[in-house]
Design a protein around this ligand. Structure first.
Ligand code: ADP
Length: 525
């Protein structure tokens, strides 16, 4: 029989056991709760790691992969199970993997962080990308490096851009080297200037020989280029240069004289703008060389031509006069057949006289001996004579001459301007088909310039002939000299006359036909 005491002990022991069980149950519940929270937290961290664009990799001391985030898995196209426990993907280049193992060993052995500014990694499709990788050891409570985390940032684009920049720089250096070698071995002067000509950026050593001045002088003082040009040639050079600066023309040839030491030298210079993709002039380049010897030869030939022309003109004028008398019936009568021959001879004589006059004009122009008698003029001072001279030829071709002029004033040499306009109108008449009009207009352009224009419905100027049209002896079709009675000198003379007036001359034409030849002079009040 149990005593009262032992009974009470038993009850107490049972109560204690129940308490312990409920205590244990609570502990288990708490443990389960914190484990659940831990799992939730872990899942959250993993989600966070997967959301990061950089590749993240956790490895053990044997360099085996413990964890790889989504970026890494996508890059290798492998899932976590495939990655866990391996050192690297089999498709990565062995030399790359070897370097990773060396780097990992360094981190585990030294316990130090390692920054690799750029390491190559092979993507699942074989492409190589470059990563900036930071490998950091993770220590356990005993201070041992138990794991390592690698954070890899893709720097491929940056690296490629950098490589491209270096390649471009190298190519530019090479181009510049080639350019300098070429420019420096050239006998021609080559220069590069700012668009305003406020500064020369480069001038080749040939400048020193040609200009007889040091290159440094030009680089220090941009005006020394123009200052060397003879004052009389300067305005035209500056005018042409302005056209290049404003991109009104693509490139321009200039001929001018410079003072080199005690000598005057002739220079040929071609300037052209360098234009960027938006159409802005960013540089002006030029090539120049000394053409004094050529000019000397030209001068001698020209003097010879001049002499021959003079010698020819006198007897030719007599022959022309004699033929004119016979044709006009002022001598003994001749038969019809003979008269026909006389007319042909007279007309050919006229053509020769015109040619010789033109040649003599060209000589005068070349020798700068074309003197202008400048006076104040208005359109009618010019138009009347021009139309009267040409009305006969126009009528022969059934062409009507129409003149339209406004009240404007300009300065010029009346005879020479008549010569220019006569040439333009006579060309227009010569090249117009029958029953058409040739329209001569004189009016202000509204920019203090008076424009003379002559429009026809002729064949127009074909593209291939446009550039050289104002060059002496240039004809679009060589048969023009016979068929149309021209010399190929009219436009060259007209250009020289207009330019000596400080004006411009040009033409507008289309391939479908019709041309308008024009010249502009300064308008005065
Ligand atoms: P030419 O004395 O031969 O007329 P120019 O110098 O006046 O010499 O003209 C040169 C050439 O330009 C002509 O031979 C012709 O081929 C061409 N030309 C000039 N004006 C015209 C025009 N209005 N229409 C067509 N061609 C023209």
């Amino acid at each position: 029989m149990m005593s009262k005491q032992s009974n009470a002990n038993r009850i107490y022991a049972r109560d204690c056991a129940e308490d312990e069980i409920s205590d244990l149950k609570q502990k288990v519940a708490r443990l389960e709760e914190s484990e659940r929270k831990l799992r939730e937290q872990q899942a959250m961290y993993i989600q966070m790691l997967d959301a990061i664009h950089d590749m993240i990799l956790v490895k053990d001391p044997e360099s085996r992969i413990l964890y790889a985030n989504k970026s890494f898995r996508d890059f290798y196209a492998m899932n976590l199970e495939e990655l866990q426990g391996i050192v690297d993907a089999p498709f990565n280049r062995p030399e790359y993997t070897e370097q990773y193992l060396i780097d990992d060993a360094y981190v585990f052995n030294t316990g130090k962080k390692l920054v690799i500014s750029e390491e190559p990694v092979t993507r699942h499709d074989g492409a190589i990308s470059y990563f900036n990788t930071i490998k950091t050891p993770i220590f356990n409570s005993r201070g041992e490096a138990e794991q390592m985390v690698a954070v890899c940032r893709d720097v491929t684009e940056k690296k490629l851009a950098e490589e491209e920049r270096k390649r471009t720089e190298r190519a530019l250096d090479e181009a510049e080297r080639l350019f300098r070698e070429m420019a420096e071995s050239m006998r021609d002067v080559f220069f590069v200037a700012e668009p305003s000509f406020g500064k020369y950026l480069y001038v080749s050593p040939a400048y020193e020989r040609t200009w007889g001045r040091p290159c440094k002088e030009l680089l220090d003082d941009p005006n020394s280029f123009v200052n060397a040009i003879l004052p009389v040639d300067r305005p035209l050079f500056l005018h042409k240069l302005d056209m290049v600066k404003q991109s009104l023309t693509n490139d321009l040839n200039h001929e001018f004289r410079i003072q080199r030491d005690e000598q005057v030298r002739w220079i040929w210079c071609r300037t052209f703008p360098v234009i960027d993709s938006s159409g802005n002039v960013i540089r002006i380049c030029g090539i120049a060389h000394d053409i004094t010897d050529r000019k000397e030869v030209e001068k001698r030939v020209s003097e010879f031509n001049g002499m021959v022309s003079h010698e020819l003109r006198t007897p030719l004028t007599s022959i022309r006069a004699a033929l004119g008398l016979i044709e006009g019936g002022q001598t003994e009568p001749v038969g019809d057949g003979t008269m026909e021959l006389i007319t042909i001879a007279r007309s050919e004589c006229d053509r020769l006289v015109r040619l010789i006059n033109d040649l003599l004009d060209i000589k005068k122009i070349e020798a700068d001996k074309l003197e202008l008698k400048i006076q104040r003029l208005q359109p009618n001072d010019i138009l009347g004579d021009v139309l009267n001279t040409l009305r006969g030829i126009a009528q022969q071709g059934s062409i009507s001459l129409v003149a339209e002029a406004t009240d404007v004033y300009f300065e010029g040499d009346r005879d020479r301007l008549i010569q220019v306009l006569t040439n333009l109108v006579s060309n227009a008449v010569k090249f117009s088909p029958e029953n058409c009009s040739v329209v001569v207009r004189v009016a202000s352009t509204g920019h203090e310039r008076v424009r003379f224009s002559v429009s026809d419905s002729g064949p127009g100027i074909p593209e291939f002939a446009r550039e050289k049209l104002f060059t002496a002896f240039h004809q679009v079709d060589s048969s023009d000299s016979r068929a149309k009675g021209g010399t190929g000198l009219g436009l060259a003379i007209s250009k020289a006359i207009v330019e000596q007036h400080g004006g411009d001359i040009g033409f507008d034409t289309t391939d479908s036909g019709g041309s308008t030849f024009w010249f502009e002079l300064k308008q005065i009040g």
